[in-house]
Write a protein that binds this ligand. Structure first.
Ligand code: NAD
Length: 490
């Protein structure tokens, strides 16, 4: 059993000191790591360390901060294989995918390293020409970062390099279901020479998260997780007038028109929902298909879904891993049962994964429901699992109406060979991300985030950086004249 303390002020602390919790390997069903349940005192210590470190970190010039971020990128890339094994062991995602995610984390550090010495303000021409006006972009100070279990390193690295590039220091809380990779990353921060206290991690559950959100010395929160918890965090932070960035859930539509390249759409639909066992916020969980091609597309999907190889997440040949934890497994199975009861027609999967090497793991078969209507629970509520709902439509207008008809607005896929149609749809789709003839592409340069109940604020790209800065405006009157507002002019 591996044992971890919190990471505070550059060191692992309080190992074995207080209440602990176990992290379960969802493939073996066995506990494999023991972590500390944080307390208010741990959060206070972490915030004190981050506060002490912040002015020094910001006063380093941009080039020096960039060097540190590049060194972090180097060590992440060097250690990608072992980090991915930690993460896959903790959350059951196949190692082929988590290894790629580690390389992407390194890419994000490099991308934001490039911004460190390019965080510009503006000079602003004034009506009063003797006043020189300029802006500077400053860090918030100490920022709280709270993440979910499905991709701990990716979710953290959507936030962390941007926050650090802008001169903030941070207190991180990973999910209690998958904290190990985040703590292992801290060992690499030490190796890369990140100054002590710049990144601090306190492990634990909702109470630790709440202590971070409500801490008076934490100036901003960035959260990735469920809409329910996002709403609580926004409420608690709002009461303190503290800004938040929220990356929440989705019920994304993947829309296939009858002029689409059907093979490309098949692969896109499969990758959209079954990659990462459907445990991604952008899962294309509603497949909207134009009626004329529905039967053919479903037959291709059912055929391909049946061939997906479930297996040990650490085995290179596995194509789909487990549900990440038992509560999530139960939630997915419950949603499947309710969809059947609610009249959706099960055409693939629907059960626990069966097989000699699957019996201990939380495997769920790739599942497809046909004859779903958009008012069904399965079409409205996020499953966060390998469950695809197929909904037929006739016209472009109807497709848009159905796509927009959920409380969410994270991502939408459009499959068409008609360029005019794709351009027509862009302004109509209420979604923070639109993919045309592709799905699940991410890039360090491209801003990512949702509308409606999928959240607000953006990660990655320049907007992702600006989330961690505040604008200060400065006016300098260089005229040397006294402008007395009380002097009466004749
Ligand atoms: P969750 O909301 O249950 O937990 C997320 C984090 O919040 C965890 O670290 C948890 O301990 C913490 N937390 C719980 N209650 C808290 C409270 N009251 N105050 C502060 N922190 C608290 O989410 P989850 O089950 O870990 O993750 C699944 C959800 O995350 C899904 O809805 C998924 O769509 C979403 N997600 C969104 C994105 C995105 O970028 N939009 C990416 C991945 C996952």
């Amino acid at each position: 059993m591996r044992q971890y303390g919190h990471f505070i002020d550059g060191a692992f602390v309080r190992q074995n000191a207080g209440p602990v919790f176990e992290s379960l390997n969802p493939y073996t069903g066995q506990a494999w790591a023991e972590l500390q349940e944080g307390t208010q005192a741990d959060v206070d210590d972490a915030v004190r360390a981050a506060t002490r470190a912040q002015s020094g970190w910001w006063k380093l010039n941009g080039a020096a901060r960039a060097e540190v971020l590049h060194r972090i990128a180097d060590v992440i890339a060097e250690h990608a294989a072992e980090l991915s094994v930690f993460e896959s062991t903790d959350n059951g995602k196949i190692v082929r995918e988590t290894r790629g995610q580690m390389q992407f984390a390194a890419r994000l550090f490099r991308f934001f390293a490039g911004y460190c010495d390019k965080i510009y303000g503006q000079t602003i021409p004034m009506d009063q020409t003797s006043i020189f006006d300029f802006t500077v972009r400053e860090p918030f100070g100490v920022v709280g970062l709270i993440t979910a279990w499905n991709s701990p390193i990716t979710l953290l690295c959507n936030k962390l390099p941007a926050a650090l590039a802008a001169g903030n220091t941070v207190v991180v809380k990973p999910s209690e279901h998958a904290s190990v990779s985040t703590l292992e990353l801290c060992k690499l921060f030490k190796k890369a020479g990140l100054p002590e206290g710049v990144v601090n991690v306190v492990t634990g559950g909702a109470a630790v998260g709440n202590a971070i959100v409500t801490h008076p010395q934490i100036a901003k929160i960035s959260f990735t997780g469920s809409p329910e918890v996002g709403a609580k965090i926004a409420g608690a932070a709002g009461a303190l007038l503290k800004p938040v960035t929220l990356e929440l859930g989705g019920k994304s539509a993947n829309i296939v028109f009858d002029d689409a390249d059907i093979e490309a759409a098949t692969v896109g639909a499969l990758a959209g929902i079954f990659a990462a066992t459907g445990q991604t916020c952008v899962a294309g969980s509603r497949l909207l298909v134009q009626r004329g091609i529905k039967d053919e597309l479903i037959s291709r999907l059912v055929d391909r879904a049946g061939q997906i190889r479930m297996g040990d997440p650490l085995d290179e040949s596995s194509e789909m891993g487990t549900a990440a934890n038992k509560p999530q497994f139960d939630r997915i199975m419950d949603r499947i049962a309710k969809a059947r009861d609610g009249g959706a027609k099960l055409v693939a999967g629907g059960g626990r994964g069966q097989g000699v090497d699957l019996h201990t793991g939380l495997f769920i078969q790739p599942t497809i429901f046909d004859d779903v209507t958009n008012d069904m629970e399965i079409a409205q509520e996020e499953v966060f699992g390998p469950v695809l709902s197929v909904i037929a439509f006739d016209t472009e207008e109807e497709a848009v109406q159905i796509a927009n008809d959920t409380p969410y607005g994270l991502a939408t896929g459009v499959w068409t060979t008609d360029l005019s149609r794709s351009m027509r749809l862009v302004p109509q789709l209420k979604s923070g991300v639109i993919w045309v003839n592709t799905y699940r592409v991410v890039a360090a340069q491209a801003p990512f985030g949702g509308v409606k109940e999928s959240g607000y604020g953006r990660e990655r790209g320049e907007q992702g950086l600006l989330e961690y800065t505040q604008t200060k405006n400065v006016m300098i009157d260089w005229s040397g004249q006294i402008k007395d507002p009380f002097a009466i002019k004749n």
